[in-house]
Structure formats: C-alpha cells, structure tokens
Write a protein that binds this ligand. Sequence first.
Ligand code: ZN
Length: 505
Amino acid sequence: MSQERFDELRRRLAEVSDLGKTMALLSWDQQVMMPPKGAELRAEQLATVGRIAHERFTAPEVGRLLEELSGWAERHDYDSLEASLVRVVSQDWDKARRVPSELRAALTREGALSHQVWVDARSRSDYTAFLPALRKNLDLVKRYVECFDVGEEPYDILLDDYERGMKTTEVRVIFDYLKAHQAPLVQEVAARNGADRSGPRTFPLELQRRFELEVVRRFGFDDACWRLDPTVHPFASGTGVGDIRITTRYAEHNLESLFATMHEFGHGLYEHQVDPALERTPLARGTSLGMHESQSRMWENLVGRSRPFWHHFFPRLQETFPDALAGYDADRWYREVNAVEPSLIRVDSDEATYNLHIILRFELEQELLAGAVSLEQLPDEWNRRMWEYLRVEVPDDAHGVLQDVHWAGGAIGYFPTYALGNLISAQIWDRLRADIPTLDDEIAAGEFESLRDWLRTHMHRFGRKVSPPELLERVAGTPTIDPAPYVRYLRGKLSGIYGIAPEAS
Ligand code: ZN
C-alpha cells in the first residue's frame, strides 16, 4: 500500500520537476536567444508555468502523501530514494505552502520583467531607469519574508532558500574572519610591486571560443550533453543530466571569458554527475548554491589558475594568440592571471579581493531589508563602501550598483553563497589532494578524469539527498564551513608571486 502511495508522490513530483525544467528552458532562452521585445510576454509565460508548478507542489494531497509516508520512509536506508525523497520534500513543502501562488507568480513575473529593464539600464548606466523595477522586486521580497515566522533576522528566510539551514549570524562570523585575515592580505600585496602588466592587446573572439572549447572538452564537456553560448551575465542551466547548458561573456581585450567558461563548467559538471536515478525528482540538483559555487570556483581557480594547468595549456594558448602573447612564458602568464588588484567588477575580480565584494553586498542587502538604507541612497552607499573596502572609486553605476543581475531577478540572500563557495572549495581541495597524490601531475598532463570521478563519487551523485552540512562532512570531513584553509591557500599562492610572508605573522 505504501509503495503505491510513494509511486503516487513520485508521479506528482515528476510533473512539478518537468514544469520547473520548462521554466529553466524559458529563462535560458530569454537570456541567450530571445530578441528584447519578447520580454513582456515571456514574463507572463514564466509566471504562468511557475504558478502551476507552485500550485501542484503545494496541493494538500502532496502534504497528505508526505505525512502518510513519513514512518514508512524512515524505515528505509537514510540514503535510499524513499527516505531521502520524503525527508527533503517534506521540508520543501512546508516552506512552499506558506507562499500564496499569486505571490509566487508575481515574484517570477517581476523578476523576468526587471531583467530586461536591468539590461537596458546597465547599458546606459541609468540607475534611475532601474529604480522602479528594483522597488517592485524589493517590496515583493519583503512580502515573501512575511509569509514566515520571522525571528530576529528576516534575512535568514532568504538565505535559507539558497543555502538550506544556514543562519545570518553564522555568515557574519565567517565574514568577520575574512575581514580580519583576508583584507590585510590584500593590503600586504598592494604594498608590493605588481605583476608584469601588459598593454592593450586583442584576442579575436572566434579564437577565444575555440580555445575555451578545447579546455572544457579536456575537462569533460562533450557535445552529446553540453552546449556553450554567449550571454550578458554568464550562468549554467539545463533540463537534466543529459542537457547541460553553460554560457559565457566575451571581451576582445582580455580572456575573462575563458575563466567564466571554466567557472560555469564547474556548475554544469555538478548537475551532469547527479545520480540519473534522481531525475524528475526535486533531489536531482546540487544541494545548495554554496556547494555549487565551490565546484565552479574549484574549476575556475584551483584548477584554472594553477601552475600545473598552465604548464599544460600555455603552449596552446600562445599558439592561438601569438601576437597578444609574444614575449610571454608560462610563468609570466601564471603571474598575470593571478595578479591581485582591487577592481570594480565582482565577476572579474581576483581571488584575493573577491570575497570583499560579497561582504559589501551582504551588508547592503540586510540594510535594504531593514529599511536602514533606501533605494535612493543605494548607489552612494555602494560607492562609499567600495572605497572603504577596496579603495577603488566607482566612475558610474554600470560599474557599481548596476553590475549584477541578481537584484533585478528579486534574488536577495544569494550573494553570500559565492563567498561560502570559495571557502568550501579550499576545504574540499585539501581532501582531494590527500586522496589523489598525483593530482598535480595529472593536471599538468591535461588529465582530469580522476578529479571528475572523485567529485562524482564523493559529492555530485548525492544531489539534494543530503543537506549542505551533511555533504560537507562527507566530502571534507567536517560539517562546518571553515574560512582558514582558503586564507591559507591564498597566502601560500601569493607568497610565491608577491613575496609576502607564507604564514601570517
Ligand atoms: Zn557561479
């Protein structure tokens, strides 16, 4: 009898999952293919599919099935599909049912509409044009928070959507550690002679694309399951383990797109290596955004900015761009791609300053939510803190408050996961190196199979069966996010490049 009820639950969840993937596809299309005039109708289409998915998921019958099945599910193995599905979906259901479907649809609609407003406003650096859309989104987010029992920290509700179970106070403690230990590192480096900077040069776009594909194909991108397309703000998406779509953003005068592509490959690989038996359930994706970001940052930085990596790929890079890289060797290039320089744009920032960009956003988001900073004050507040944290002057809002896509989509509470991901990546990397002693040699030979397999076995295949702390425990040996390994890693790397002390004094 219970088995039949479980099958009924699965059937219902499979429909919700299909609707969710349909939304992902509509949204991918909006950001990659759709002409701008399609935006208004697309917002309605997304809102409709989103509302139907929300109504199906929060239906009382789903709640009844979950309740009936709870005892039966607990008698199964913790990692079994039966136990995991009922356990995780019960939490999801309990959160989702508090949100009226009309509000859910409004959040989706405004998010999609604002996206186009943001693209236009950013291209003209016109914050005033974006302000009304941002206000609508912020008001909806506040209404969303009010659906729950808000404790001392309304921000907890939002953070939990992206990093299950994480509390604002925990993030604050971690970020205070970074302010005390990572920020001084940036100052130490700034006092040294910078890396050998080159003048303006050109990397033809078609060649960039060809080189990137060569790299990610070595990583494990295969054309039967993956796509790579250009977009405004790079992201990874797809409809299942056999349909992974990554995007990047090209510029003629630098190779940022290469690093964006490696980054998005890391996200894509996590989704690609989820156990296929979980498909069409809410378990078939990465367990949290922080965990996801640990994967993207690992491929982008721990692999893609490492000496062994460039030992293998630099000769090909130079062959591809002989004019731009005339006079370079692998060592000079390694120093350049690891140069530390406080800068305006988060996604282009280096490993040492990146987390400071996040701390700024984390603080502003809480103040926006509490009304301590108004939307009118936001650009000035942004610029003031950029100076305080990074000592850079913001020339215009396109390079300041308008640079990120997130707030246009109503995504508040998302940013901290980027910094958490950086920290987690170093925790996992320590474990990985212990388990695969030949890792550096393999990377230097352009071989990534054992790295990929290790990630699948220890991490990716579980999907959302386990919570972020449970997964961290399995993959790194502790349930706690620890900022120390990341700061240690950074200091070690920068001591080799800038000659700062290898250990903190
Ligand atoms: Zn990412």
